[in-house]
Write a protein that binds this ligand. Sequence first.
Ligand code: DON
Length: 602
Amino acid sequence: MQATLRTPRRAAVLALLAALAVALPAFAQGVAARDAARLPEAATATREMVVTAHPLASEAGALMLRLGGTAADAMVAAQTVLGLVEPQSSGIGGGAFALWRDGANGALVTLDARETAPMAATPERFLDAVAAPLEFADAWQSGLSVGVPGVPALMQATHDRWGRLPRATVFAPARRLALAGFPLSGRTADQVEGLLKRNASCADRLFFRDPAAFAHFVEGDATACAAKPAGTILRNPAYARLMRRLARRGAAGFYAGPVARAVVEAVRSDPNRPGDMTLDDLAAYRVIARAPVCVGYRGRTVCGMGPPSSGGVAVGQMLRMLEGFDLGDDPLGERALHLFAEAGRLAFADRNRYVADADFVPVPVAGLLDPGYLAARAALIGERDMGAAAPGDPPGAAAAGAHVRAKDSGTSHVSIIDRFGNALSMTTTVESSFGNGVMVPGFGFLLNNELTDFSFAPVDESGDPVANRVEPGKRPRSSMSPTIVFDAEGALSVVTGSPGGSRIIGYTARALVNALDFGLDAQAAVSAPHVQNRNGATEVEATGETVWPGYDPEALAAALKARGHETRVAPMTSGLSMIVVGPDGRLTGGADPRRDGVAAGR
Ligand code: DON
């Protein structure tokens, strides 16, 4: 990665970084204490904005923008801080998908930095000795689930091509915070505690079995242990060393040398189930530039990530099917939510059957988005719930698929617009909470468990191979849906996306409908209560984390039941972020009130 513009004055950079280390912990606590009953207001800006799921990461990104950096510079700063302060959700040991809109020429590029299966992997990877699928927790907390990480290569590719600040500058906020310390968030502490409770005892641990992760997140020993309390000042000098190394050597400092050896050793010596990653697997990792998946929606163009993510196709299908309906003017209107749930059913039936890594199995992307095909699918939507939807037969269909599972907390979304007209929409993940639970010795980052996004069963009930089966060098299917919307003139309009496992698709589609159909501002669009259907029960968000005056989930569920829906009222922890570009070019940003994020801009 090269600095392509002038180096900012050193004194100014040092002053800003010092301010970051001192001021941000206080800022973080202030945000955590905000009034949960009030709908937060959207942030506004005229030049540039970054929205992430943690105030320290948003501020690190915003700092890069203030220094004259681009969205690429801001992304590296935000991602490296997220890996430190929100390590349960994303980091250096994970993967990501990013959409990049180039301000210079208006081009849209999508970058696939998904984790990749080692070359030794086989379709039977997640089967036990009697060919039964492993328990999810057993596979999750193991070396088998670790895919070759993509985030370091994505940071390098993005910064090389579009960055303007020196590498030392973009890695500096994370390095400084790792050395100075930052307050452990309540969210991280709660998740540590939740996982500790799943162990048989402090001595007999599957979760936090790794001594480095145990020492970092937990206090106590084998006789008594508990999560470090929220507010504990955490330092991570090993992570600071890693930041320094990446700043000096770029991604090569990760995929070869001591970091690569430490990753391979950690994977292959896992105390639960050892994996099979090699140094060659790491050396072979590549970010893949793929064609965006775009659909027209009510005069705009909505673009997302293609396979191996199912996000772009499924969000696109839902919107195209909904376009034929009048959704009314109430974002919580019961008929609009019924229609939205039905579109979700149909999209999930297709997603589950057809979408996987298109470099390994044929995925009929054009057929799945074909207007005639989607018109026929939309015609299946009536005034009552259709019940379980069967997959359709889109033009060009060939493959089969399976397997849906909800995930919590292992993912984060970053939205950025800079003063140069560039936009980045990136969903970044370690899969489940704290990835596979192993912190790489000496370098302070967690490994992912992304390979559990593959189907554990290599064949379906009829014995046919499942599209999303494990194969060597393949990337597991994802639901991540980083999205960028353009208006009728092709100008940048909306940047959005969310974590939430397979619920990501519904969260993202719903936020888009809230903004584009109901005219909600960016904050309201991400705050509005969720309703969605993944081709099972219709899920209605319980009150608690959602922030919406007068919302009554039981009444909404009853109204949907009257239309034949089986409903489930449940917490739905999305982590949406959104930036909307107004007609005057002003930016309006919103961060999901269900997580700790903020929009920072000016
Ligand atoms: O790629 C995927 O679809 C999943 N690994 C994402 C997991 C996730 O969103 C977890 N949580 N919030």
